[in-house]
Design a protein around this ligand. Structure first.
Ligand code: FES
Ligand code: FES
Length: 164
């Protein structure tokens, strides 16, 4: 649903983290701006602003997207998942247990990307994990620990399906 709000702004509804949320947007607003500025979901991080780093990653209809490159209006009628909804998820806990965090700025984007990887590839090989993670950059270079976190959830899922 979209209602004009005057001055080039519209009132719209987003489906985010299982809820319907209302926001006022302009046609040029990015999804990252709306999530952080309108919906109070500040887990997606602004960094490069041009699609290179993945700090702003969220899931849209289950697929990772760089929210700095998505217009807010493109996200209407899509199902959005942000890091706030993955609190205490297996992959979030694995990041903590495997020390896959240093400064933490890239971490929300990585956790979401890894969550999508686990859903799409429950038998992911090392190569698949490496390829999948190429869309995200960690300036603190904690890649080995991030891969260990992914593998620990894959192993746990094989022993006990439906963990993810
Ligand atoms: S801030 Fe979106 S990809 Fe870097
Ligand atoms: S933990 Fe610092 S940028 Fe990744």
């Amino acid at each position: 649903m979209m209602l004009s709000h005057g001055k080039g702004k519209s009132v719209v509804q987003f489906h985010v983290n299982g809820e319907t949320r209302e926001a006022i947007i302009r046609s040029g607003d990015t999804l990252l701006q709306t999530l952080r500025g309108q919906l109070g979901l500040s887990g997606a991080k602004p960094a490069c602003g041009n699609g290179d780093c993945g700090a702003c990653t969220i899931l849209m209809d289950g697929k990772p997207v760089h929210s700095c490159l998505v217009l807010s209006i493109e996200a209407l009628n899509k199902s959005l998942l942000t890091i706030e909804e993955l609190k205490d998820s297996p992959i979030q806990k694995a990041f903590v247990e495997k020390w896959a965090i240093q400064c933490g700025y890239c971490t929300p984007g990585f956790v979401l990307n890894c969550h999508a990887l686990l859903q799409a590839h429950p038998d992911a090989s090392d190569e698949t994990i490496e390829e999948w993670l190429e869309s995200n950059l960690c300036r603190c270079t904690g890649y080995a620990e991030i891969k260990e976190a992914v593998k620990s959830v894959l192993d746990a899922e094989k022993k006990n399906p439906r963990l993810t």
